[in-house]
Design a protein around this ligand. Structure first.
Ligand code: PHE
Length: 347
């Protein structure tokens, strides 16, 4: 794999002793941005791989969203049992803050899988390069509702493209993952009157399914459920040649990052007649909202309108893809790459 990243910091956190990676993929459009993920991996090098792929996806996400930012990501690999001791958690966050601060503003972080606005406030004790602190601490707050709002506008665009009607109420969805973003999306779909299948690896989330009147399935059967639209809202790498051959949906659109194991899997989905709305288009609501409020000092209304723009952007990508007979992924990447000034050639 050619090395396209501008810089990657890999270190063992001096306080936590844990592997910590800050990957800056590109600053060609401006300061690199991307969340801080704290989760477990089979091996620390898997965390490095994840950081490399997630940061590259952020470059495309920002470019398609029209933001003056590049892509980056922070990943901390924690033990499988997680970190429950508050002092140990604080040690991780201070290690992260120091690593980010050492990049002198090349990269700014925000919340992601395993981190919250409160965690961002801890980072801000040691570095100014942090978005989404709680509102009372001067930040734009929880980004998950805005990411979810972006997903909902994308789902309207997908319904319009596939079924000729933007309404969500008449459709059947499977929401894969009821974390913060997935739960917001599921609530919205239930309120719209949609027929809903949901799943999560955490079975305590079944309570939300009951509350929403949604059918609870185990993760595998939800993935292969016969639905109009699959909404991947958990971790990535779920679509592989093996899983794609067994899908029974008409379209896929959700906030999980890096849903495809390999870029070519977009072609397999296309060949099966399944519309895949690129994850880096669908999931941009959080980063769009945070930059609108904290970087451009816009009002809540202006920021919300920008998030709603995701639906228009996706509609345009789906139109371009149909007209030029390419996958939506290819059309979205063309849009992204046309906005990114050419980087120096890699060897
Ligand atoms: N973690 C989200 C993303 O990667 C949202 C986010 C990141 C929000 C960085 C603000 C800043 O897209």
């Amino acid at each position: 794999m050619p090395f396209h990243h501008e810089q990657v910091c890999v270190r063992r956190g001096p306080r936590s002793g844990l592997p910590l990676i800050v990957a800056v993929h590109s600053t060609a459009l401006g300061q690199a941005i991307g969340g801080c993920r704290i989760t477990s991996y089979p091996h620390w090098s898997d965390a490095l791989d994840d950081a490399l792929r997630l940061s590259a996806a952020m470059t495309d996400k920002c470019a398609v969203a029209g933001l003056p930012n590049g892509g980056g990501k922070t990943v901390v690999a924690v033990p499988p049992e997680g970190i429950t001791d508050p002092a140990a958690r604080r040690a991780i966050l201070l290690d992260v803050a120091d690593a980010i601060d050492a990049l002198d503003g090349a990269y700014v972080t925000g919340p992601d899988v395993g981190t919250s606005p409160e965690d961002m406030a801890v980072l801000a004790e040691r570095t100014p390069h942090v978005f989404c602190r709680p509102q009372q601490a001067g930040g734009s707050g929880d980004s998950s509702t805005h990411t979810a709002a972006g997903v909902v506008t994308a789902l309207h665009a997908v319904c319009d493209a596939v079924f000729g009607l933007p309404q969500l109420g008449a459709r059947r969805f499977a929401v894969l993952g009821l974390g913060r973003v997935g739960a917001h999306v599921a609530r919205h779909l239930a309120a719209a009157g949609a027929d809903l299948v949901v799943t999560d690896i955490d079975t305590t989330k079944r309570q939300l399914a009951d509350e929403l009147g949604a059918a609870w399935r185990d993760p595998d059967s939800a993935l292969y459920a016969e639905v109009d639209i699959l909404v991947p809202a958990a971790l990535g790498d779920i679509f592989t040649p093996g899983t794609v051959s067994r899908l029974r949906c008409a379209a896929i659109a959700g906030p999980a990052n890096n849903q495809l194991d390999e870029p070519d899997t977009a072609d397999l989905l296309h060949q099966r007649g399944i519309l895949w709305a690129p994850d880096f288009v669908v999931s941009a609501g959080g980063v769009i909202h945070a930059t609108a409020i904290e970087l451009h000092h816009e009002t809540t209304e202006q920021a919300t309108a920008r998030v709603r723009g995701i639906g228009d952007t996706l509609a345009r990508i789906l139109r371009d893809a149909a007209q030029t007979r390419v996958t939506p992924a290819a059309a979205a990447l063309t849009l992204a790459r046309n906005r990114i000034p050419r980087a120096a050639p890699t060897v």
